[in-house]
Every structure is written in C-alpha cells, then in structure tokens.
Design a protein around this ligand. Structure first.
Ligand SMILES: Nc1nc2c(ncn2[C@@H]2O[C@H](COP(=O)(O)OP(=O)(O)OP(=O)(O)O)[C@@H](O)[C@H]2O)c(=O)[nH]1
Ligand SMILES: [Mg+2]
Length: 363
C-alpha cells in the first residue's frame, strides 16, 4: 500500500493531485484544513491537506519489504476476510427470506381469507394460520397439506365432545339454558324422544318455563306424544321436590325459559333454580346464526349459571360456523349436541368435530 500526503489551496486541487498521482482507486484516509504563513498562524493562507493511499500489488520480495503506514497484520486480514464472508452469507439469507415473503403471505392469506370469509374473527384467523410451514415442497405441489395442517389445528378446538351419558346407578339430570328462541324446548323434545323411544331409558321432563302458558303446552304436547311424565316448577323448592320424585328415572331433562342476557334478575332466578342440585349437567344452548359479538356477551352473562357445555342449534340456517370457532377459541368448552332442523326427533346429533371444521373451511 502506498500512502501519500498532498497539500493544495482547495480541496478540488488536492483531489486532482491525488487522482493524477495515485489513480482512480485511491482511498482518502484523512483531510484537514490549516493556515500557512502569517503571524502565529493568523492571517495566513488557508490550505487543505489530504492523506491518500492506494493498494499496490506486491512486486517481488522488495515490494513486500517496503514499509507502509497502515499495513494490516495477517491476522487482521483474516478477520476482515471472514467478516466479508459472513456479510455475504447474511446478504444471501436476507435475499432468500425476502423472496419468500410474498409467496408465504399469499398462501397463508388465502387460508386466512377463507377463515375470515367464514366469519372467524380476523385476530383469531391470523393466529390460526400463524406458523404453518412454508417449506417450498409444501407450497408448491402439495398445498392441500397445509390446508390439512390447518384442519387438524382447528379440530383441536373441537376435541372435547361429551353428550349425555346415562350412569349405571342414579339419575342423570340435564338442564338446557340460553337466550330466547334458540331451540331449547325443541332440543329437549328431540333428546327425550331419542333416549326414551330409541334407547328405552326411563325419562322425565321438568319445565321451569312458566312465563308463557304456550311454553308449558309446547313441552306437554311432546311429553304426551312420547309418553313420559312432565313436571312444572316455579321455585327452587319445587325443583328439588320434582327431582326427588323422579329419582327412579335414568334421565331427567329440565327445560328453562329463554333469558335475556341483560336481565340480571332473570339470570339470578335461573341460577337459584339450578343450584338445588350440584350434579345438574347444564348445557348453554346457542344458535349458530348468532353474531359472534352477541354470542360472546351471552356466554359471559350466562356464566353465572356455570354451564359445562355448549349445545349449538340451527346449523341448517347458519351461513357459516365462524361464531362456533370464535367461541371455542375464546372459551375452551365441551361440546354436546348440534341440531340441524325443526324435525323431532331426527334433527340432532352428537357434535362431530371434523364435520364442523369442514364447514368452517368451506370455500
Ligand atoms: N331451522 C331450525 N329451527 C329450529 C332448530 N331448533 C329449533 N328450531 C325452531 O326454532 C324455533 C324456536 O324453538 P324453541 O324450541 O321454541 O326455542 P326455545 O329456545 O325453547 O325458545 P324460548 O322457550 O322462547 O326461549 C321453533 O320454530 C323451532 O322449530 C334447528 O335446529 N333448526
Ligand atoms: Mg322454550
């Protein structure tokens, strides 16, 4: 390396000297301004000093022996070389990553869009597609694999399915609670018909829906057709007595009046009715046609009655099942039954996770 010092009255002149002397490859190491002449440096002429260097290829051993001002040691050179290599590798890696981003986003965004189209909340959809593999072999020919991975991931939210199980000894008591008109009474009729007529269990009905005469009549008609007893209760004490009277049954199904989630008094009344027996298996009945925000509110408000399961109705009327997934994502809760129409007793089945997830991923 050749290092030289140049002085001139302007920086342009100094640079011209550097260029003509050392060539275009010269590197400027240092520049400074100073005054030449005058009194103690004052009033002198302003000058520019430029220190420049150029790499000279070694010519024989003589060139190597030539002393230079900033000759790096062999160790330094090795360090620089390895840093350069590392930088080059990092650059390559960055380029690879950047080139992958649009592809990954496009692929994940198509699954994300599908979830959102099915009314899965955007935040939840984003979390669900996050971290799905972006291996090239998967992106390319086999993208259904990624879809399958998402399918499996969604199934995890539907894993806890538990219908009504009749104990060897004792009576199973099941109550359906929920907002108005979601299908509680119809579902009670479907369950009663299936357990009594199809499975041959001894079943009794209790209705606590005494708000409307029509409501009692509705369930009484079903009880008569099925040929099972029905009790009407107004107070917690009557509930206790009715449960005691039917302690010989395999299954007692309790129908309740639809409650407004905004009526704290009604909810407290319902809670009091159900707290007479800690073993009552309480299912919160929700319609799949309910908007997620409303369903969320319902789950929060009905939680005072400590339901253990969700029972989803009107799947035949729902345009999608986003609400179901959103709820299960927020509240990992057991699922019992899903109903799919007005026909008693046919339109009901035990929740089927893969069937439900398939509906959530419906194109
Ligand atoms: N499409 C469809 N309709 C249903 C389903 N389940 C119930 N229904 C209908 O929904 C309406 C209300 O059903 P009910 O069983 O009376 O609802 P509820 O929850 O008992 O209503 P309240 O007692 O007033 O709170 C009726 O017309 C039922 O036939 C279902 O799965 N699909
Ligand atoms: Mg009803």
């Amino acid at each position: 390396m050749k290092v030289k010092l140049y002085t001139a009255s302007t920086i342009n002149d100094a640079m011209a000297q550097v260029k003509s002397d050392l060539g275009r490859d010269a590197v400027i190491l240092h520049t400074r301004k100073f005054r030449k002449g005058g009194f103690l440096g004052f009033f002198g002429k302003e000058m520019v000093e430029v220190m420049a260097a150029v790499d000279t290829p070694p010519v024989g051993s003589a060139a190597l022996a030539k002393p230079t001002l900033v000759r790096p040691s062999v160790e330094d050179e090795a360090k620089v070389a390895s840093m350069q290599l590392e930088l080059a590798n990092m650059r390559k890696l960055l380029e690879q990553l950047v080139s992958k981003i649009p592809q990954q986003e496009q692929r994940l965004s198509s699954l994300y869009q599908l979830l959102v189209k099915n009314d899965v909340e955007p935040d939840i959809a984003r979390n669900l597609v996050q971290g799905l593999p972006d291996d090239n072999s998967i992106i390319g020919a086999a993208s259904p694999i990624v879809r399958q991975l998402l399918f499996d991931r969604l199934c995890n939210y539907f894993q806890k399915v538990e219908g009504i199980t009749i104990p060897q000894n004792g009576t199973k008591v099941v109550a359906l609670i929920g907002p108005t008109g979601v299908g509680k009474t119809t579902t009670i009729a479907k369950l009663a018909a299936n357990f009594a007529l199809r499975d041959g269990y001894k079943v009794a009905l209790i209705t606590a829906d005494t708000y409307r005469i029509a409501a009692v009549e509705q369930l009484k008609t079903y009880a008569d057709i099925i040929g099972i007893p029905i009790e009407i209760v107004y107070t917690p004490d009557e509930m206790k007595a009715a449960l005691y009277r039917h302690r010989d049954k395999h299954l007692v199904l309790i129908d309740t009046a639809g409650r407004s989630p905004n009526n704290q008094y009604q909810l407290a009344e319902l809670q009091a009715l159900l707290s007479v027996d800690p073993y009552i298996d309480t299912h919160l009945v929700l319609s799949t046609t309910t908007k997620y925000k409303d369903a969320l509110e319902l789950v929060k408000k009905f939680s005072v009655c400590s339901p253990q399961k969700f029972l989803f109705t009107k799947i035949d009327e729902a345009s999608n099942l986003g609400t179901v997934l959103n709820l299960l994502y927020q509240f990992p809760t057991k699922l019992s039954y899903v109903t799919s129409g007005q026909n008693v007793p046919d339109d009901i089945e035990l929740a089927n996770p893969s069937k439900l997830v398939n509906l959530i991923l419906r194109d």
